[in-house]
Design a protein around this ligand. Structure first.
Ligand SMILES: Cc1ncc(COP(=O)(O)O)c(C=O)c1O
Length: 352
């Protein structure tokens, strides 16, 4: 019963097969390999336009590089208060930008809200002693497991454009959001106003591979230099590029995400039937956040389930856990089995 995160499982077989297929012979290093050229073409096809693609090994690296391309050292990047770039990247965006400020705003279930963003930027002091807003970042899925709709992204982009802010999407769980919303990668990103994307793959089947996908050529200008300075330019580049061959070919990434989402939907369906367990947030991907009695939490842990207690600052006042309750985060992956889900629900039901 492993629901701790989606990176606790290994890489998927097609990804490993693609690495092995790219492994023999000699190829130019540092991303000049023939596999990367194939991957570039795959991304252009996927996004239905020319895009520039920079591969890196970690999501934090991708996000920090994106923020640094959008935000000068004297500027601000704005996100929701739950954002991974603010809370879980150990200051990497601030480091890579050379000192920019990350500003976080309250929102709704992890969403950055257009009116809140507009009011915040409008009321910033114009003086030189106030860092100006230069960019925004949204996570898709967001940190509360919610998938923005293209309309919601477009509404944020309208505000961003009004104040000349670049817009980044942290797509660590892009595939899960995409299959939930049933839209195209283009609709989810540049057609809704996203300028630069961290396209996650590691959590959904890759070994260690994320792609920075750039929709605005200005943001790609210095990316080669930034990536090398960040230590994210992999020398045996084809072993990184090839992961995307296995990941994208035959829509493997979408099948993986559909499976993970289906497992999360089963968890939700099972848990919400149990008296005393409730879900304050919708399940729109592969994350489930049940509020449960502490005794149920303990029984699940005692039965060997792996999952974590989760902060509740973005839970509405009426839904906050009571004194004898706690909220958990459960994450499913492309390897989660229906049996694991059934076992978890069974233990929870008996304990409740
Ligand atoms: C929303 C979000 N963004 C980015 C990341 C990528 O982080 P990492 O540097 O661990 O690959 C994660 C991983 O937990 C995440 O949840």
């Amino acid at each position: 019963m492993h629901f701790g995160s989606d990176n606790i499982v290994g890489a998927s077989q097609p990804v490993l097969d693609a690495i092995l297929a790219a492994n023999s012979g000699a190829e130019p290093s540092y991303g000049a390999d023939s596999v990367k050229k194939r991957v570039d073409k795959m991304f252009c096809d996927l996004f239905e336009r020319d895009v520039q693609v920079f591969l890196v090994a970690t999501g934090t690296g991708a996000n920090a590089l994106c923020v640094s391309a959008m935000t000068p050292p004297w500027g601000m990047c704005i996100s929701n208060e739950e954002s991974h770039i603010n809370g879980e990247e150990t200051g990497a965006p601030e480091l890579y930008t050379g000192g920019a400020k990350l500003m976080t705003l309250k929102g709704d279930k992890g969403r950055l809200l257009p009116d809140v963003l507009d009011a915040y930027v409008r009321n910033l002091s114009p003086g030189f002693y106030q860092m100006p807003a230069k960019s925004i970042s949204v996570s898709q899925l967001n940190e509360c497991g919610i998938a923005y709709t293209p309309d919601e992204i477009a509404a944020l982009s309208d505000v961003a454009k009004k104040y000349r802010l670049w817009m980044h999407m942290d797509g660590a769980r892009f595939a899960n959001a995409l299959v939930h919303r049933k839209v195209t990668p283009a609709e989810m990103t540049w057609k809704s106003g996203v300028d630069i994307l961290s396209f996650g793959a590691t959590k959904n089947g890759a070994l260690a591979a994320e792609a920075i996908v750039v929709f605005r050529p200005e943001l790609a200008e210095a990316m080669e230099y930034r990536r090398k300075r960040a230590g994210q330019t992999i020398s045996k580049g084809r072993l990184l590029s090839s992961q995307f061959i296995g990941y994208l070919e035959n829509d493997h990434w979408l099948s993986n995400a559909r499976h993970a989402n289906a497992m999360a939907a089963e968890l939700k369906a099972g848990l919400e039937k149990i008296p005393g367990i409730r879900l304050p947030w919708e399940v729109e991907g592969n994350e489930v956040f049940p509020v449960m009695p502490r005794k149920v939490f303990k029984a699940l842990k005692d039965a060997g389930a792996v999952f974590y207690e989760w902060p509740t600052r973005s839970v509405a006042a009426a839904d906050k856990p009571g004194a004898d309750e706690t909220m958990a985060r459960l994450v499913t992956s492309f390897q989660t089995t229906a049996d694991e889900v059934a076992q978890f629900v069974d233990v929870a039901a008996k304990a409740a």
